[in-house]
Design a protein around this ligand. Structure first.
Ligand code: GUN
Length: 284
């Protein structure tokens, strides 16, 4: 049977409707939610992501404050900007778009963002809280993946979840979120001996490796939920995922498309974190 296609665009749109109301409420209380997005250099994919983030902020009534630094900007200049944004009471969220140019240290920058403004959830405070099951900012892409499963009634409890990819931004935090929902979790990576066998054992298969169609359709267990977190551009300029979608959808129970799955959800969850950051300002 063909899979139910998980409509990430629709799930994201529903989340954004609720967030827009929350933004209006915050504004009525004198808080103007504001997200600062910092882009260094001219990476075309980064420019596109940043433009999308700005557009979504605008649609929700969130103030977007963009800083575009040249590729030649120094490490000190970027750190100074982060320090200034940390100290600015009018800014609730700070996002420094990755990847950064080679002469900059991404970890150093992620450590520098104030924990209460770390809406990407990439800093040590956010990631530590996630590990400790304490409230904090959850990284947007894995959070979005969980929201898609929830929206389609896929409960991870008691299921076998397999994640392909062990990045700090997606794979590792997603493992913790699935574990929190009582899945039995396996993380696979480039040294995993029988990747196909691992994938075939998954009730929930999440793929975040950044390699076009690496996971084949016949690696998917019948009826599994497949979350494709890859965004790759093929020879004809088309966006494609990490999973062989056309074949996988014949076996899966649920599957996310690329585009229209994980991508829109990531931005929606960034907006969610920004609203949370602004709400915390209200309590302070
Ligand atoms: N580069 C690719 N995705 C992301 C993201 O979610 N946040 C940041 N800061 N950089 C990225």
């Amino acid at each position: 049977m063909a899979a139910t296609i998980i409509d990430g665009k629709k799930v994201a749109a529903d989340i954004k409707v609720e967030l827009k109301k929350e933004v209006e409420e915050l504004k009525s209380k004198g808080v103007n939610p504001a997200l600062s997005v910092v882009l260094v250099g001219e990476n075309p994919a980064s420019k596109k992501y940043v433009a999308n983030k700005e557009k979504t902020c605008e649609a929700l009534g969130i103030k977007s404050v963009a800083y575009k630094l040249p590729e030649s900007a120094t490490r000190e200049e970027l750190l100074k900007l982060v320090d200034d944004l940390n100290a600015d009471p009018g800014i609730h969220g700070i996002l420094v778009q990755l990847p950064l140019p080679g002469h900059m240290n991404e970890k150093e920058v992620m450590h520098r963002i104030a924990p209460e403004k770390d809406v990407d959830g990439f800093g040590p405070d956010a990631l530590g809280r996630l590990l400790l099951d304490e409230p904090g900012f959850v990284p947007c892409t894995p959070h979005g993946a969980m929201k898609m499963l929830e929206a389609y009634g896929v409960d991870p409890a008691g299921k076998k979840a397999v994640i392909v990819g062990r990045s700090v931004i997606v794979g590792k935090p997603l493992a913790l979120l699935l574990l929190r929902k009582n899945a039995t979790v396996t993380i696979c990576h480039s040294k995993t001996p029988d990747l196909k066998g691992e994938c075939l054992s998954a009730d929930i298969l999440c793929v975040a490796v950044g390699r076009a169609q690496m996971v084949k359709g016949d690696w998917v267990k019948e009826g599994a939920a497949v979350i494709d977190i890859g965004i790759n551009v093929n020879e004809s300029g088309k966006l494609i995922g990490d999973v062989e979608f056309e074949k996988a959808k014949e076996r899966a129970g649920w599957i996310t498309p690329v585009p229209g799955g994980a991508g829109p959800m990531t931005i929606a969850m960034l907006m969610y974190n920004t609203v949370e950051a602004a709400k915390a300002g209200l309590k302070a």
